[in-house]
Design a protein around this ligand. Structure first.
Ligand code: DQA
Length: 165
């Protein structure tokens, strides 16, 4: 049976903190290939995510980097602070064993996100190295992909123990 939705007016006693990672070139959203990625900026997406997080009872640590190592560093530290990870690895999705292994190493539930429907684009985008270590993938819904991922993450974490930090 569906659980009642938490709202900002009825926050849970203690929120889960979720790590949200944006990979290379996503800082350019808003002006980057708007026919593919739309006109919404990364800042606007982050604001919408923070609002959605409040509604579903999550707190967020949000980072963007163009560097694989920086993304791997945040993933590597996540176990101390975060209960789950939402990641749009950008083009690193299709190339990065480093990120795949980092996600596998920390063992936190991870959801892969893309604004565009990568399966309906160039063939090189059909291969995702992170997919095999993620719980699932949400893609093709523009900025809404991130919001759907947060809702899915809240459902995943509903019964998980909370971090003390
Ligand atoms: C993307 C899809 C990737 O193939 C691409 O390299 C990106 C953005 C998306 O959100 O649709 O940088 O991850």
């Amino acid at each position: 049976m569906a659980r009642p939705r938490r709202t900002a007016a009825s926050p849970r006693a203690r929120s889960h903190r979720v790590l949200v990672l944006h990979g290379p070139n996503l800082q350019l959203l808003g002006s980057r290939e708007p026919d593919v990625y739309g006109h919404t900026t990364l800042e606007e997406i982050n604001l919408a995510m923070r609002e959605q997080a409040r509604a579903v009872g999550l707190e967020l640590d949000i980072h963007q980097s163009n560097h694989e190592g920086a993304l791997a560093d945040w993933i590597g530290r996540a176990r101390a602070r975060n209960a789950g990870i939402v990641v749009n690895a950008g083009a690193l999705t299709h190339t990065s064993l480093v990120l795949r292994d980092a996600i596998a190493a920390v063992g936190l539930p991870t959801i892969e996100v893309h604004l565009s429907n990568t399966s309906a684009r160039e063939s090189f985008r059909r291969r995702s190295y992170v997919a095999e270590v993620c719980v699932g993938r949400i893609e093709g819904f523009g900025p809404r992909s991130y919001l759907l991922a947060l809702e899915a993450m809240a459902g995943l974490l509903d019964n998980a123990p909370r971090h003390e930090s």
